[in-house]
Write a protein that binds this ligand. Structure first.
Ligand code: GDP
Ligand code: MG
Length: 628
């Protein structure tokens, strides 16, 4: 029994450490521990019974409705027997009241204040008063003293009071972990007992009900409650206990608790009708109560345990989300930094390679955006006869019969190529932007969640990644520029030799004629110019040749620009986004590293608090497991 009381004690301590106690209205674990609720008619002796069980005078007692708000009384057994007992109210936290007479006064005054606040029209209120009593001489129990039940309004109370009181009591006894002390005065008819009516209602099996007979000393002369105590009158699963508390005269003359108990003992021992019965006396009641409580606790252990385990699982997850401890040794910090860099690189690679945020977006730039912008380029402006004539005249002077005005061709092609440069550079920029976005995505993937703790490292990583990408962008730009320039210098010679040759010699079936198409898609060798005046035909031919050339270069660039971008930017980014940073970090000393992975205080505190709660809960879980 001591062990179980000890267990409850520990569980309650754990509750308190977790900030969960009877005083916190949203207490969860605490609510799973059994409470003892005293119900019964007005002036049936509820408060007296409760006090007797606790062994201290501190509750308001008397005739009429004395208890007018539920009192949730949490008894806390203290370790040191030499410490004076005291009480503390939840409405006045921190104020230790050592004089129990003052506690009673405070209960009365707080009741008054509260009822006054409610408008002064109510006689009772369901809002409980929370009182914790700390003493070495109390069991760890939570007890609830209730205002009495009544069948008819008395003392000028409004008719609604009957229902109000009933609802209020019901609220407290209906919960499965409430042990009901059904108090009935022995000097009244059992059949009229409000306590039994309520208990039967909420606990039909009687598993949680203990019957208490009070006022045995003032029964009508010639009557006794022996038959009730023997279970002959009304059988209760857990039986009845008879007690004798102090009458009003004793209270007025301040008979002590100790004397009252002695007199109670004398009373039952001196009466032949009770002498041989065990179930008399407050001591018996207290023992019965703790036994019952122990049973209840044993019954509720599995549900407490599963609650604790659920909470442990929840907290463990939270802890994992916060990341592990930070060791401040150079090696550990270095290892962690490098590991985080690698994790980020891997996440970056993964996003680049797969899916709509990476690979697909880049492909989109190549296959849709680049093509569209190139197709929309205003090549036709260059290819008008007027422009061709002007450029050729300027470059070569007016020589209408020259077959291939070389400088004019070069100028026209140069103009066309310069149009192509912009979309190519634009593609580089677009892919660069996408890669930068992927860095942001990678920083936020679950594997890299540790980065959220280390703000400095995170910004270092983002900066270094941005630098790497910027460097690669420049390389890709240079490569694209070279590609365009190469087209300008290479094709001209062979191309023009080819067309000029094809055109100037007669059709020779043994020699396959290459097909050249203009930007409009016309086959160069099927075009006819005989309908045009000679001078125009000449210029149109030049325009068509340039057009066919640009068409080839366009096709070429559409194929090579993506390759250049992938080769210069995407592949190296995947292969070494943070190489610079990793090299730099490897040479850092402990203080610099510490600056890098200095997690925010808030996170550190949060982790500590969760860890503490976890330890407590794990201990509770082990304690409980030992009992099951
Ligand atoms: P409550 O309203 O149910 O809380 O009842 P109280 O504990 O306030 O008691 C009502 C009155 O009955 C008080 O005057 C008590 O002194 C008196 N009383 C309670 N129990 C006994 C008892 O066992 N014997 C005698 N003689 N009077 C009692
Ligand atoms: Mg009372």
């Amino acid at each position: 029994m001591e062990r179980v009381i000890g267990l409850v004690n520990k569980l309650q301590q754990i509750c308190t450490s977790l900030g969960d106690n009877a005083l916190s209205p949203q207490s969860i674990l605490w609510n799973k521990l059994p409470t003892i609720v005293v119900v019964g008619g007005q002036s049936s002796g509820k408060s007296s019974v409760l006090e007797a069980v606790v062994g201290r005078d501190f509750l308001p007692r008397g005739t009429g409705i004395v208890t007018r708000r539920p009192l949730v009384l949490q008894l806390v057994k203290t370790d040191d027997p030499n410490n004076p007992d005291y009480g503390e109210f939840s409405h006045a936290p921190g104020r230790k009241i050592h004089n129990f007479e003052d506690i009673r006064k405070e209960i009365e005054e707080e009741t008054e204040r509260h009822l006054h606040k409610m408008g002064g029209t109510k006689v009772v209120s369901p809002d409980p008063i929370y009182l914790t009593v700390y003493s070495h001489n109390v069991p760890n129990l939570t007890l609830v003293d209730m205002p009495g039940l009544t069948k008819v309004p008395i003392d000028g109370q409004p008719p609604s009071i009957v229902q109000e009181l009933d609802d209020m009591a019901r609220q407290y006894v209906k919960s499965d972990n409430a042990i009901i002390l059904a108090v009935t005065p022995a000097n009244a008819d059992l059949a009229t007992s409000d306590a039994l009516r309520m208990a039967r209602d909420v606990d039909p099996s009687g598993d949680r009900t203990i019957g208490v007979l009070t006022k045995v000393d003032i029964m009508d002369r010639g009557t006794d409650c022996r038959d009730v105590l023997l279970g002959k009158t009304l059988k209760l699963k857990h039986g009845w206990v008879a007690v004798v508390n102090r009458g009003q005269a004793d209270i007025n003359s301040r008979v002590s608790m100790k004397d009252a108990r002695a007199r109670e003992r004398e009373f039952f021992q001196g009466k032949p009708e009770y002498q041989d019965l065990q179930n008399t006396n407050t001591t018996f009641l207290a023992d019965k109560l703790s036994n019952h409580l122990i049973n209840e606790i044993m019954k509720s252990l599995p549900s407490i345990q599963s609650y604790i385990e659920g909470t442990i699982a929840k907290l463990t997850k939270e802890l994992q989300a916060l990341g592990g401890d930070v060791s401040h040794s150079r090696g550990a910090m270095l290892h962690m930094t490098l590991q985080l860099c690698q994790k980020l690189e891997r996440a970056f690679e993964r996003i680049v390679d797969g899916g709509k945020d990476g690979g697909e977006k880049i492909l989109d730039v190549f296959e849709i955006k680049l093509k569209e912008t190139i197709n929309k380029l205003p090549f036709q402006r260059i290819l008008t006869l007027k422009n061709v004539q002007m450029v050729v005249n300027e470059a070569d002077g007016y020589q209408p019969h020259i077959i291939a005005p070389e400088n004019g061709y070069r100028r026209l092609i140069e103009d066309g190529l310069s149009l192509l440069r912009d979309p190519a550079f634009n593609a580089v920029e677009l892919v660069h932007q996408i890669l930068k976005q992927i860095v942001t995505l990678a920083v936020n993937v679950p594997e890299c969640r540790d980065l959220q703790r280390f703000f400095n490292l995170k910004s270092e990583i983002i900066n270094h990644a941005a630098n790497t990408l910027e460097r690669l962008r420049k390389e890709a730009d240079a490569m694209v520029r070279t590609l365009v320039d190469m087209e300008a210098s290479y094709l001209s010679a062979s191309f023009f030799r080819e067309i000029v040759a094809a055109e100037s010699y007669a059709y020779d079936p043994s020699r396959p004629r290459p097909a050249f198409y203009t930007l409009n898609g016309d086959n160069l060798f099927e075009k006819r110019y005989d309908h045009l005046p000679v001078a125009d035909a000449h210029l149109q031919k030049i325009s068509d040749h340039v057009s066919a050339y640009l068409a080839i270069v366009k096709g070429q660039l559409l194929a090579t620009v993506p390759k250049a971008i992938v080769h210069c930017m995407v592949v190296p980014a995947k292969g070494g986004l943070l190489t610079d940073l990793q090299e730099e970090v490897a040479g850092k000393e402990e203080p610099q590293l510490r600056r890098l992975i200095n997690e925010s205080e808030e996170v550190a505190e949060q982790r500590e608090s969760i860890k503490k709660r976890l330890t407590l809960l794990q201990r509770a879980s082990m304690e409980i497991a030992a009992f099951m």
